[in-house]
Design a protein around this ligand. Structure first.
Ligand code: PHE
Length: 339
């Protein structure tokens, strides 16, 4: 029996050594040491042994089992390690490999111009104020001194929700909102989106952008309005740009003016850009009407102010020589990638 046990041990030990997977080792373990295993069977035969032989064989059998168990767990450990190494080497991270190209977007030309305008005006001490695109008729027209029969109030010019609410047709209602909550000195710009029920063509879009400016303080004069816009024009369109005020009418300013700049392309000589005029219209402006100040709780005897409103789409088109406003809103990447 001793020989049988030792022979079995040798045989099992060599097949354990030859195993290449944990599953193989496990099946050898079950076949040898399991309930119905070969070693177990030998041990079961011990009851037929003599009283002298039994403890001897029992001792050997236990040793054989222990040895085999040790071999099995060592082999399992070895195989597990090998498996881990294979896995690790398969998962090696090559940090020198070129990364995936991330496509970085860019700011829309209108956003770029807004950012530049904010930079220019905050540099002159203006703060940025924002207002909602859905406005009251009161803020968009009434408080701005627009007579009840003003053509801009017409249904064909303005998108109304009902008789009290509309999509703002200009950024000027932010003047009202600002003056209602701020005491002078006030010095704000307000960039934003406006809406008018225009049929889209090369120069019109029912959605467009404006930049409003408002200054209210003691002794604010038209000279300051001119100085501010002159400084802006040179910073935005280039040194040497001149501005020209043409008399105009807005309900919320008095006096009012439309402001032109010398064509930055021909310098005023006249070209296709300025249609031979030498001048390009870029904004509306004027001295804040006393009625507007009063409507907003500011005493026109004590304070005066100026305001201006610029078409930002137009400024963008001029700056980048874009000949159709619709290009700005089609979001064609081939167009947008040029800026
Ligand atoms: N809100 C005017 C417009 O949309 C522009 C403007 C603003 C004029 C402020 C004067 C003062 O045409």
């Amino acid at each position: 029996m001793k020989e049988k046990l030792l022979a079995l041990k040798e045989e099992l030990a060599s097949s354990i050594k030859g195993c290449v997977s944990i599953e193989e080792v496990e099946s050898i373990r079950i076949n040898a040491l399991g309930k119905k295993g070969e070693i177990t069977a030998v041990l079961k035969g011990m009851k037929d042994l003599s009283d002298e032989e039994r403890p001897l064989i029992g001792k050997i059998a236990n040793e054989v089992r222990e040895e085999l168990e040790e071999l099995i767990s060592a082999k399992k450990g070895e195989l597990k390690n090998a498996e881990k190494l294979v896995k690790l080497s398969a998962e090696t991270l090559d940090v020198t490999m070129p990364s995936k190209q991330i496509r970085i977007g860019r700011r829309h030309p209108i956003t770029q111009v807004f950012d530049e305008l904010k930079y220019i005006f905050t540099g002159m001490g203006f703060k940025v104020a924002e207002g909602p695109e859905i406005e009251t008729v009161h803020n968009n027209f009434d408080a701005l001194n627009a007579p009840k029969n003003h053509p801009s109030r017409d249904m064909s010019d303005t998108f109304y929700f009902d008789e009290n609410m509309l999509l703002r047709t200009q950024t000027s209602p932010v003047q009202v909102r600002t003056m209602q909550v701020m005491k002078p000195p006030i010095r704000i710009i307000s960039p934003g989106r406006c809406f008018r029920s225009d049929t889209p063509d090369a120069t019109h879009s029912p959605m467009f952008h404006q930049l409003e400016g408002l200054v209210v303080d003691k002794n604010v004069t038209m000279a300051e309005l001119k100085g501010t816009l002159q400084a802006f024009a040179e910073l935005f369109f280039g040194p040497g740009t001149k501005i020209k005020f043409r008399p105009h009418n807005f309900p919320f300013t008095e006096p009012s003016a439309e402001v032109d700049v010398t064509c930055f392309k021909c310098g005023g000589k006249g070209c296709s850009m300025c249609k031979g005029e030498g001048w390009i219209e870029i904004l509306g402006a004027g001295m804040v009407h006393p009625n507007v100040l009063r409507n907003c709780g500011i005493d026109p005897e004590e304070y005066s102010g100026f305001a201006f409103g610029m078409g930002v789409d137009r400024a963008t088109m001029l700056k980048y020589e874009i000949d159709d406003i619709r290009l700005l809103f089609e979001n064609d990447m081939r167009f947008l990638n040029q800026f």
